[in-house]
Design a protein around this ligand. Structure first.
Ligand code: MSP
Length: 673
């Protein structure tokens, strides 16, 4: 089922936890959703499209986060929800509604849905005993934990809990869910996510604990205010509650035969959306969503973004320096929807300069400059009596082909493919200008030069429309510079030759100013410094909790910070194979700002490749020949896509101060004791 099938287009993002301000991962989902929604608005008209985002504001995690800041939960969530709204404005997100789970309009729907499920006999009270991760807001199974009873995602110790709880009869929906997946094979995409979910459901569903009595910050269970409704039951309901006041709610939610909602989510929460949510709706007798569309995860230097690691990328800083359009373009162009991607400032600057500034920005600039110089600033549309080539037949055909490719890509919900096709058309525009050389032709055949320039302006008008969903603000500016009078109205069906005759161009500042090497360095320094500062501030304001320290140690064993760690025995220590190693060679890992690939000599133990996050300490050249200390028996892992067998020990905490090493010459392979 493609996204462009008839009816309404109802698209949602996850509602984000307001434990902290949005980072580039949250921005990615919201931007992708915005582009899909804008595209559908251009094709179907605004009234047929509803794009929803919002914030998830209940639960123990938020109650604790508020406590840590010394605020009431409501004051705290109000503050952060506002940050989300502001950020989406800055990133040109045009959502039709913003739902917050602390709003009465939402809470009443959560309670009503609960009652319907309870009336159906699908909710009962019992006791729950298990291991709970507050980060996931979920009970975990012992077999899924990391050593030390740490949650594999949050690297925090889980908590043993035993409490009275209401349960939802999820087990009853095992077969109906399997039937759903069989009936609608593209209910979950990409396909591999469908396979994972199906395997999970086939392995047997247990009833779900759906209330908590150990804290208060949530929607009370109807008839039993000792309990609050489990935050995921509360949160998932947002997709339905947000439509309740909409005059066209039934059309947007759809029917059993023709469901409408498409839920765009990160891959880590597919299970909640593809198992719990449809089961809840089945229980309540409501139509299901049409599709769960899962995208991949952004990492930074190969690692999960987290405050504790100090690698959180702030979308607002990038927007301020490069424009929202540039950031939107980069995030959607860099990775295919569904795949993971590693964020790097270098890659961002590279795409900005070559694709946005050089290819697109330059095409507009050069063309407008020539139109001003050779045609008195007005573009002359071809006339019927001019020779057929004057119509730019070649360009027209290419533009139409690309329009088809964009439509196909968007129907497949693949913005990256659409952008790839559009930018090949940008390059064709530049080639056309070079080959047709209006700057030469103007001397011998000024009318011909006019036609060529008109054709490129027309191509630019098309580009402005094709790119509109992805970079709306810069496209409005592009149309303004082309001299179009109603730049805000962008509709999809395009006819070649739609640029009116003698439209006076209005050349303005370049769309994407090129960044010279000095400016690039300045930006990189600034972004990295801001990242470090934010991290230090977070540490200073949030008193370190036991689980935060545990998270740090598990995620980045090299730093203990100011916190003493738990005692270990000498036997624990002896499990570590620490040895002196000599650096044979070192090189930067492409697109990974912090990483070096290092080849080490361990004497009798042979050679090793290690990927180390030490680029800020040493250049690759200065490292060669140095003796370092290596933890040799660390389980090998892939870092930045390369195999790393061991860890080089460095000095410092968040900020590295130096490398650990012997105080005199010793042979490589010498053990430490
Ligand atoms: N509140 C729940 C969702 C409830 S939906 C009914 C939640 N919130 S969250 O704040 O943790 O946001 C998770 C979502 O943010 C992901 O599913 C994804 O859309 C986005 N991302 C957060 N970090 C991300 C990356 N590092 N990379 C890409 N997207 C990520 O889970």
């Amino acid at each position: 089922m493609s996204a462009a099938s008839s009816g309404r287009f109802y698209l949602t993002t996850p509602i984000y936890y307001v434990s902290d301000v949005p980072h580039i991962g949250h921005a990615y989902t919201t931007i992708v959703g915005d582009a899909l929604a804008r595209y559908e608005r251009m094709r179907r008209g605004g009234e047929s499209v509803f794009y929803l985002t919002g914030t998830d504001e209940h639960g123990e995690k938020l109650e604790r986060a508020a406590q840590a800041k010394g605020m009431s939960p409501q004051t705290f969530v109000d503050l952060i929800a506002e940050e989300y709204k502001k950020t989406w404005q800055l990133l040109d997100i045009r959502n039709d509604d913003f739902i917050r789970t602390t709003e009465p309009r939402h809470e009443k729907v959560v309670q009503a849905l609960w009652r319907t499920m309870a009336d159906k006999g699908d909710i009962y009270i019992d006791r729950y005993e298990g291991l709970y991760c507050v980060g996931c807001e979920n009970f975990l199974l012992e077999k899924d934990l990391l050593p030390g009873n740490l949650c594999p995602d949050h690297k925090r110790p889980v908590e043993k809990r035993s409490e009275e709880s209401y349960f939802f009869r999820l087990s009853k929906y095992q077969q109906p869910l399997l039937d759903l997946y069989a009936r609608c094979p593209d209910f979950i995409s990409p396909q591999r996510r469908m396979n994972e979910v199906r395997t999970f459901v086939e392995s047997g569903l247990r009833d779900l604990s759906v209330s908590r009595s150990s804290f208060q910050w949530g929607v009370p269970v109807p008839g039993d205010p000792r309990h609050v409704i489990y935050v995921w039951i509360d949160a998932l309901t947002n997709y339905y509650s947000a439509l309740q006041d909409h005059p066209d709610k039934a059309a947007f939610w759809g029917t059993h035969e023709s469901p409408q909602a498409i839920h765009l989510v990160g891959k880590e929460i597919v299970r909640f959306h593809a198992v719990y949510w449809p089961a809840m709706l089945m229980s309540a007798g409501l139509p299901l969503p049409r599709k769960i569309l899962a995208h991949g995860w952004w990492t930074v230097d190969g690692e999960k973004m987290s405050k504790t690691l100090g690698n959180v990328v702030d979308p607002r800083a990038l927007q301020a320096d490069l424009s929202a359009s540039a950031l939107r373009y980069f995030l959607m162009r860099e990775i295919p929807l569904g795949e993971d991607g590693d964020f790097s400032y270098d890659a961002l600057l590279q795409r900005y300069n070559s694709e946005l500034a050089n290819d697109l920005g330059n095409l507009l600039n050069r063309t407008l400059a020539m139109v001003e110089k050779f045609c008195d600033g007005t573009a002359r549309r071809w006339t019927e009596d001019s020779n057929p080539d004057a119509r730019g037949e070649r360009l027209k055909l290419r533009a139409e082909t690309v329009r088809g490719q964009v439509e196909a890509a968007m129907a497949e919900l693949q913005p990256q493919k659409a952008l790839e096709a559009i930018f090949s058309l940008v390059r064709d525009g530049n080639t056309y200008l070079e080959q047709e050389a209006p700057f030469t032709k103007v001397k011998t055949n000024p009318r011909g030069a006019d036609h060529i320039l008109y054709n490129v302006l027309e191509l630019l008008r098309w580009l402005g429309l094709l790119l509109e969903p992805f970079m709306p603000e810069r496209c409005t500016e592009l149309r303004r510079q082309l001299g179009l009078t109603a730049p805000e109205v962008a509709t999809w069906p395009m006819e070649w030759g739609g640029l009116p005759d003698r439209t006076a161009v209005r050349k303005g500042a370049t769309l994407f100013p090129r960044l010279d090497p000095d400016r690039q360095k300045e930006l990189l320094d600034k972004w990295r410094a801001a990242r470090r500062e934010a991290e230090l501030k977070a540490q200073a304001t949030a008193p370190a909790k036991v689980e935060q320290v545990a998270a740090k140690v598990a995620a980045a064993p090299a730093h203990a910070g100011a916190e003493p760690l738990a005692e270990v025995t000498i036997d624990d220590f002896r499990k570590l194979d620490l040895r002196v190693a000599k650096v044979l060679s070192a090189e930067r890992v492409p697109k990974k700002d912090r990483l070096l690939k290092v080849e080490l000599d361990l004497g009798p133990l042979g050679k090793r490749q290690v990927v180390a996050g030490i680029a800020e300490l040493s250049t690759p050249e200065s490292l060669v020949g140095k003796s370092v200390v290596l933890l040799c028996n660390l389980k090998p892992a892939k870092i930045g896509g390369l195999l790393s067998a061991g860890m080089i020990l460095a000095l410092g905490d968040e900020k590295l101060l130096g490398l650990a090493g012997p105080d005199r010459e010793v042979p490589p392979g010498t053990p430490l004791r």
